[in-house]
Design a protein around this ligand. Structure first.
Ligand code: ISL
Ligand code: CA
Length: 546
């Protein structure tokens, strides 16, 4: 069975946010030579592939997710020669490189947009332009994911253009066949350099079926642009015409896709994407939007996990990325930092699918300890702050809303050691370093055999070696407010206590039989089962072979 798996099913994919990974030349911005210098550590962790967040030329309105040139490396990250060296050095260590493909929009500084606003052919229709009517009204009521209207008026062209994200990120027009050809060239360019595939940014939003008004709601207009038939057709075309010839891998970031949509994107016969990211399980303690908090419930988490684990043949298993809060701050507890970080590792590596670890997750990095708005860089948070101000939301509430959800929580520089600037730079870091770097850092954890880092290392290997963890089906067994139990395949049972209080296992006795099993992992060093599970304890049991 295991032999028939694709490389992207067995390997761990490690996400690097280059800006914050490692600064090699002390200009305060992480860079490609910095990544190369740490490849051995990533190899020892167990990384089989690296997904690199954007390193292309960008004015950084959205930290690289606004690309001004798809064929060049931004100077701050290095040169094309550095990028080629990274691909080679990674290959020497049997690590594949996956690039971030941001093609819903470009930067407003991209040459295509600069020419489009001047109506220079063939760029005139590269973007989604609309004249205003005689009353100067907006073309429709759509809202941007980064607050406010999704339309911006461009004085030079005298028309509005669509931007589903920041106004410096105009959306490309996928009704124009020239765009699809441009994108195919981008894919070929990078695949020819030897990369293994792409993480496709908000890929399910690229095709706008119509520009009619959207229904009332949080992101107005989504019914006309999310998961459209036109998007599926384009993905099929990219796969058939380019990706298949390279046997390239793709994972789609499908923001606002439900299980049915995801099934269509991942359906083997349709040949679109290999897998998709879903974030429903990271919203258990949120109401409608990420800014409104509610209580965490293990019961709810297990129900969502079970739905996706059973609904798709193969999942992208993710607990963190550069947009999400740090998982130990989110679903764990800083009071029980080490135990809860290890519990979350057990959760991630006992689910079915490809695990994605985001830089710093493997040492248990936590949310940023911001002190005021001047610490914040994230465009989403800055736009949110202006919006909240406009509605006269009091400063304290604004601060709470922003610090809890800001994407900068996950973007602070990686903590390498307890020296100055966490060993990350000798210059001045672009974003403040979390002050807990004296405790939470790579150096401490490499030296400590019981650290969170070594626990991740162990879990990564365990998942690769155990056939049931890799391939076994997923079955929920029990859950309540804080306890969760599930099985993988015939032999594995996982028990997790998401709480600072111990819990009785009595209720579980009729459901589980601990006889003839052994504990293969726990985050407490437990040797045998008892009638209680400790606070934040996690246990993996395996049935002995008969
Ligand atoms: O997490 C989110 C929900 O509030 C959004 O921040 C996020 O924008 C959304 O998941 C889409 O993310 C991707 O595309 C964005 C970019 O800013 C994100 O960093 C990227 O991951 C636009 O390119
Ligand atoms: Ca640098």
């Amino acid at each position: 069975m295991k032999e028939t798996l694709k490389w992207w099913q067995t390997r761990l994919i490690y996400q690097i946010y280059p800006r914050s990974f490692m600064d090699s030349n002390n200009d305060g911005i992480g860079d490609i030579p910095g990544i190369i210098s740490k490849l051995d550590i990533l190899k020892s962790l167990g990384a089989g592939a690296i997904w690199l967040s954007p390193v292309y030329v960008s004015p950084d309105a959205d930290n690289g997710y606004d690309i001004a040139d798809y064929h060049q490396i931004d100077k701050r990250y290095g040169t094309m020669a550095d990028m080629e060296a990274l691909i080679q050095e990674a290959a020497k260590r049997d690590i594949k490189i996956i690039m971030d493909l941001v093609i819903n929009h470009t930067s407003s500084e991209h040459e295509w947009f600069q020419k489009s606003r001047k109506r220079i052919e063939p760029y005139t229709d590269y973007y989604i332009w609309k004249p205003s009517d005689e009353k100067g009204r907006l073309p429709n009521n759509w809202t941007s994911a980064f607050q406010g209207s999704a339309w911006e008026f461009d004085d030079e062209r005298g028309e509005y253009y669509l931007h589903l994200f920041d106004k410096r990120q105009p959306d490309l027009n996928y009704h124009n066949p020239l765009i699809i050809e441009e994108i195919k060239n981008v894919l070929r360019f990078w695949l020819d350099k030897g990369i293994a595939g792409f993480r496709c940014d908000v890929i399910n939003l690229i095709y706008k079926t119509s520009l009619e008004d959207g229904k009332p709601g949080f992101l107005r207009g989504a019914e006309w642009y999310a998961n459209q038939e036109g998007c599926h057709r384009i993905l099929q075309e990219l796969r058939r015409d380019v990706l298949d010839s390279y046997d390239a891998f793709t994972v789609g970031e499908t923001f606002m896709a439900n299980l049915e949509d995801a099934k269509a994107f991942c359906n083997k016969e349709r040949a679109e994407l290999d897998m998709v990211f879903n974030f429903d399980h990271l919203q258990v303690d949120r109401l409608i939007v990420k800014y409104i908090a509610t209580k965490f419930r293990a019961r709810k988490l297990l129900a969502i996990l079970a739905k996706w684990q059973n609904g798709l043949d193969w999942n992208a298993v993710v607990l963190e990325n550069h947009d999400q809060p740090r998982i130990v701050s989110h679903y764990g507890s800083m009071q029980d930092w080490e135990k809860s970080a290890k519990l979350l590792a057990i959760l991630q590596f006992t689910l079915r699918g490809t695990p994605f670890v985001y830089q710093g997750q493997e040492i248990g990095m936590s949310n940023f300890d911001f002190t005021d708005m001047s610490n914040i860089n994230d465009v989403e948070s800055l736009n949110m702050e202006s919006l909240l101000k406009k509605y006269h939301i009091p400063a304290r509430l604004r601060w709470k809303i922003i610090t809890d959800a800001s994407r900068d929580n996950a973007r602070t520089p990686l903590q390498w050691n307890d020296g100055r600037n966490a060993g990350w730079t000798k210059g001045s870091p672009w974003l403040k370093i979390n002050s807990n770097y004296t405790q939470i850092n790579y150096k401490n954890e490499i030296d400590d055999a019981d650290s969170v880092f070594h626990f991740y290392q162990k879990m990564i290997r365990l998942r690769e070696d155990d056939e049931d963890l890799l391939l076994g089906d997923f079955n929920s067994v029990y859950s309540d407010k804080s306890l969760m139990v599930y099985k993988r395949g015939k032999s594995i049972t996982v028990l997790l206590n998401f709480s600072g209080k111990p819990a009785k296992l009595k209720l579980l006795e009729p459901l589980l039989n601990f006889e003839n099993t052994q504990i293969i992992v726990s985050n407490t060093g437990r040797l045998s089962m008892a009638t209680e599970i400790e606070a934040w304890e996690a246990i993996v049991l395996k049935e002995n072979p008969v």
